[in-house]
Design a protein around this ligand. Structure first.
Ligand SMILES: [Zn+2]
Length: 304
């Protein structure tokens, strides 16, 4: 094996696997994990951090990360990983533990549960939600519009939407404290994903810091451990987080933070902005080819 194949990892990023939003289902997730286990070196995030410093990351190293903290992290994903002896890393948006859901679920539920057939006066127009397809489009549009708002503005906008659609959005789809502790006990890594999932650059520095601290404290009290890992909401460097946020993490004892920027992790990578890459193909062969190509492309660009 050429030297360039070594000391390089791809960190993959997953979310919910059993939600009716067109995303990944349980079978697809299981097939992908079995495939990775057979053809790649699946290691844990702490192992990756350790092996990179010793310069002995095995070829085709991959790390599994799961963002947000939905209940299926416990009931579906952890059992599959456990069965395959994979140690994943879970990044949790802690407000979900008390509320049972996140901001985007409130939008989804409002649109899908309302008896109204039009959203009146939101995003400066009336939008029909009479059909399944229209509800899907309305959700995508509102999700994107609200995502880049500050927390205060987002909360007001969602409250207004709920009031216009006159609907109960409450739900219980999130991890409980006990389930987070159980994931930890299964040997998985628990990390912070902020408290309310803000785009950090939309908040002032003090509010951004509080978002990180609050989530870290809650997770430390649940796991009885220091929380040293973090994943940025949305995760694009420059747009969604910047160097100020990296400094905040350092002062809080967080040694490793994951972005969503494209790339492989190498000894040249910034450990506070580790890239992640996840082939999107449902077809397992294409998934594998794209992942191999990703390792190779990185080499071709000279990031050995
Ligand atoms: Zn997230």
């Amino acid at each position: 094996m050429a030297n360039s194949e070594k000391n390089k990892a791809t960190v993959l990023n997953f979310h919910r696997v059993n939600h009716d939003d067109g995303g990944m289902d349980v079978d697809e997730f299981r097939r992908k994990m079995m495939f990775l286990k057979s053809h790649f070196n699946v290691i844990s995030l702490p192992e990756m951090m350790q092996l990179i410093t010793e310069k002995i990351l095995p070829p085709l190293s991959v790390v599994i990360t799961v963002d947000d903290g939905y209940e299926d992290s416990y009931s579906v994903i952890t059992p599959i990983l456990d069965e395959l002896n994979i140690k994943g890393a879970f990044f949790i948006t802690t407000i979900g533990i008390e509320q049972g859901l996140l901001w985007n679920d409130k939008i989804f539920n409002a649109i899908h549960r309302t008896s109204k057939t039009t959203i009146e006066g939101v995003l400066n127009r009336d939008q029909s939600i009479a059909t399944k397809e229209q509800r899907k489009l309305a959700y995508q549009e509102l999700h994107l519009a609200y995502k880049f708002m500050s927390l205060v503005e987002r909360e007001e906008s969602i409250a207004q939407l709920i009031s216009i659609l006159d609907v109960d959005v409450s739900d219980n789809v999130f991890l409980s404290k006990n389930k987070i502790a159980a994931i930890k006990s299964a040997g998985m890594t628990i990390g912070s994903h902020t408290h309310q999932h803000p785009i950090l650059t939309m908040e002032n520095d003090d509010d951004a810091l509080q978002e990180i601290i609050k989530s870290q404290k809650i997770l430390e009290s649940i796991t009885n451990n220091n929380i040293q890992y973090f994943a940025y909401p949305n995760g694009k460097f420059g747009r969604d987080f910047n160097n100020n946020h990296k400094e905040m993490l350092t002062t809080l004892g967080i040694s490793c933070a994951l972005a969503t920027d494209w790339g492989c992790f190498t000894e040249d990578s910034d450990v506070l902005a580790i890239p992640r890459y996840t082939p999107w193909d449902k077809d397992i062969a294409r998934f594998g080819i794209r992942l191999c190509h990703h390792f190779n492309k990185h080499k071709a660009q000279g990031h050995e």
